[in-house]
Design a protein around this ligand. Structure first.
Ligand SMILES: *Cc1c(COP(=O)(O)O)cnc(C)c1O
Length: 425
């Protein structure tokens, strides 16, 4: 945007992302001096002259390059909207991305991104597990359009990726490596830098495969895939970024070049977020660091409590990984914190897990995650119920597993709730 880059520093001092969340990308003088960006609840924008309208369209439709001092013109809210643009500029800061696109849901971000890059006969490779909607898109929808999708277990790492690429001329046709890390609900980690290397090596003349990483679980505070060599970062903004369990949205971040292509597809598919959602997200970004930091601290207390409880068999929490475990090496390399997602298996099976879930008083029994309030669910019969039982076991999902998204409540209250609920197991 117009000289917003200068706002990123005071003299030689570089400002941190949390300090920029209240100002970056917004000029009050363009909005009657309003301290906060108003909601631009409008479908269309008035041109000052026919010449200006013509110039805006020339740039928007790629008929010519935008001049060095030329502002991107506002045309119609499916193409762009001031709130959406401010939000996108602010989002780029956390991940150090050149550009961002915001969508009406995480699935809209993922599907629009893949559809804009992948063509019939292309190959998409992905470690499992991935989010259920993504799994459906990759396994069921893309093959119907002639795209070959190949999966392998996340814990097989780069060996698994190499094996998935070994069949026929797959390597030549590879267009995208799609990764979700940490994986849901087991917190299994994938080495982003190592995958980037394999993807790069598979590239043909003038055709480099794209490494896309769903960063919903740890980002944008605690993991920065672009810095590890990924080309694109995807988010369900519904989770930590929105953070209040009151909106649905998604994002894709990366280079100007890739994002220009993805935004064109977004304009045609009409999957952009509306002005009201964008405004709510701007509000959420101001407290993102506070919330995620508080959630991370709470999760440590809760995970430690669960690990020593006699009715808990196993806790899957990144903060409990130990030296010598290959997963710990990946954690140390690419994660800045264990985050606030915990899965734990209680002694027993589904019956005992359900008893605990039904007995919770403060923690809500609901899917989704990343909000201010703690949420618990049963992956085997809820978020991952469409995965066949034998596949669930392979992924490490057992009937005794409960997934917990830790919120910003007092940690002792959360522990008191879990303690009384575990009595019922
Ligand atoms: C929730 C989620 C999605 C889908 O996002 P929506 O906003 O629900 O469309 C994608 N990936 C991950 C990891 C998620 O948790």
């Amino acid at each position: 945007m117009w000289d917003e880059e200068s706002k990123k520093r005071i003299g030689g001092h570089e400002l941190r992302p949390e300090s920029l969340m209240m100002s970056f990308g917004y000029r009050p003088d363009l909005s009657e001096g309003a301290a906060k960006p108003p909601i631009f609840q409008t479908s269309t924008f008035v041109f000052a002259s026919a010449e200006e309208g013509k110039a805006f369209f020339e740039v928007a439709y790629g008929l010519r390059e935008r001049g060095p001092s030329e502002r991107p013109g506002l045309i119609y809210s499916r193409l762009n909207n001031p709130g959406l643009e401010i939000l996108e500029d602010r989002l780029t800061i956390w991940d150090g991305a050149e550009a961002a696109a915001v969508f009406q849901s995480g699935m809209a971000a993922i599907s629009t991104t893949i559809l804009s890059l992948v063509r019939p006969r292309d190959v998409v490779v992905f470690p499992e597990p991935v989010y259920g909607g993504t799994e459906f898109l990759l396994h069921k929808v893309l093959p119907e359009f002639g795209v070959e999708t190949v999966c392998f277990p996340a814990l097989a790492g780069t060996d698994g990726l190499e094996r998935a690429l070994a069949g026929g001329d797959r390597r030549k046709r590879l267009r995208m490596v799609y990764v979700e890390t940490p994986a849901n609900p087991t917190n299994a980690l994938v080495d982003i830098a190592a995958f980037a290397q394999v993807a790069r090596a598979a590239g043909q003349e003038g055709r480099r495969p794209v490494l896309a990483v769903d960063n919903t679980f740890l980002g944008p505070l605690f993991q920065h895939p672009l810095r590890q060599g990924a080309d694109l970062v995807l988010y369900s903004l519904t989770k930590y970024v929105g953070g209040h369990s009151d909106l649905i949205a998604g994002a894709c971040l990366g280079s100007d070049e890739l994002l220009a292509q993805i935004k064109t597809t977004r304009t045609i598919l009409g999957t952009m977020a509306g002005p009201w959602t964008a405004w709510l997200l701007l509000r959420s970004l101001e407290t993102l660091k506070l919330r995620m930091t508080s959630q991370m601290k709470n999760a440590r207390y809760v995970a430690d409590f669960l690990a020593q409880h006699p009715r808990v068999q196993r806790v899957h929490y990144l903060g409990h990984l130990e030296e010598g475990d290959p997963q710990f090496e990946i954690f140390r390399k690419q994660c800045l914190s264990p985050g606030a997602m915990i899965s734990f298996e209680i002694v027993g099976g589904e019956t005992e897990a359900f008893r605990v879930l039904d007995a919770l008083k403060l923690i809500k029994l609901a899917v989704s995650l990343g909000g201010t309030e703690s949420l618990a669910e049963h992956p085997g019969t809820m978020t991952h119920s469409d995965v066949p039982p034998e596949e669930q076991v392979k992924m490490g999902i057992t009937p005794a597993m409960i997934r917990l998204s830790v919120g910003i409540e007092h940690p002792e209250d959360l522990i008191a709730d879990l303690e009384q609920a575990l009595e019922h197991a």
